[in-house]
Design a protein around this ligand. Structure first.
Ligand code: CP
Length: 309
């Protein structure tokens, strides 16, 4: 396979396994590039990309911008809080105004699930979903799988547990789709109130006991409790949550094997993981961030190749 089967990256659920392998093989080449003294290639000198962030971001926003600049694309950045969205302009009007400045690709983070799909049907640019509400975060799932492949050699056959607030997490859903597509075994673990009722229909198992989940897995992907998406209380207190679902060094050391710890960030230290776990040699959290640039370069490069045709 030499090109993606899609013209937009809206979610992992629209990808084939071959798309993921093509993205990873392309990311391998870009990872080599970004470790050279000159970290830039001229591949996208004729492409202009707009980064539209309607929700806060640190890692994803900076990672996309760096990926685009490493590919020599022209880049414009838009932040909703400083824009005419505040004056009542619609999403389509905003994007069409930006596109009339000859923009080829839009990377968008938006609080509404399906915002990227909606945009792809209404404007003439390639759309990359950088996180849409509690729906999907496809580049996060790609960089997570890429990091597992780098650390353990392969994703197929590995036991991966996703721990925490599954209900409000776009990272969980995209990871489940990506991991299942590549042949990993997936469990989710958390308080029952934070596990969606439909979750087993996605082919994952539920384990509410954290110790049992950790004893089973090769990789634990620890998620943050998304307080900003909660309008009611889902567990008695943060302290009780940390006691039942937080990973400590003592818990890791009591297992009879060394598991890999991942986290998409931002971390709430002392809640889902303690600092000594986040900073331990079992943690690949900063490798995930590093790999995010190479994976996003691959996604943008492959989608731009389709625009140029
Ligand atoms: N992982 C992630 O999406 O982080 P940001 O919200 O900082 O982009």
């Amino acid at each position: 396979m030499s090109e993606l089967s899609v013209n937009h990256l809206l979610g992992i659920k629209y990808l084939k396994e071959e798309d993921i392998q093509l993205i990873f093989e392309t990311a391998d080449q870009f990872k080599e590039v970004i470790n050279r003294p000159i970290k830039k290639v001229p591949s996208l000198r004729d492409i202009t990309i707009a980064n539209l962030f309607f929700e806060n971001s640190t890692r994803t926003k900076l990672s996309f911008e760096l990926a685009e600049k490493r590919l020599s694309a022209d880049v414009i950045n838009f932040s909703a809080s400083q824009s005419s969205v505040k004056k009542g302009e619609t999403l389509i009007d905003t994007v069409n105004n930006i596109l009339s400045m000859k923009v080829d690709m839009v990377v968008m983070r938006h609080p509404n699930p399906g915002a990227g799909v909606f945009l792809s049907k209404n404007v003439s640019a390639s759309i990359v979903n950088a996180g849409d509400g509690a729906h999907e975060h496809p580049t996060q799932a790609l960089l997570d799988s890429y990091s597992i492949r780098e650390k353990l050699g392969d994703v197929a056959g590995k036991n991966v547990v996703i721990v925490g607030d599954i209900l409000h997490s776009r990272v969980a859903l995209s990871n489940i789709f990506a991991l299942k597509l590549q042949g990993a075994n997936v469990k989710v673990c958390g308080p029952k109130t934070l596990l969606p009722k439909y979750i087993e229909s996605l082919g994952v198992e539920v384990e509410t006991n954290l110790r049992k989940a950790l004893e089973w897995c090769d990789v634990a992907n620890m998620l943050r409790v998304q307080n900003e998406r909660m309008d009611i209380s889902y567990f008695p207190s943060t302290r009780e949550y940390a006691q039942q679902y937080g990973v400590t060094k003592a818990l890791l050391d009591s297992l009879d094997k060394e598991i890999v710890i991942m986290h998409p960030g931002p971390i709430n230290r002392g809640v889902e993981i303690t600092s000594d776990v986040a900073d331990s040699k079992q943690s690949i959290i900063l490798n995930q961030v590093e790999n995010g640039v190479a994976v996003r370069m691959a996604v943008i490069y492959l989608l731009a190749s389709k625009i140029k045709q």
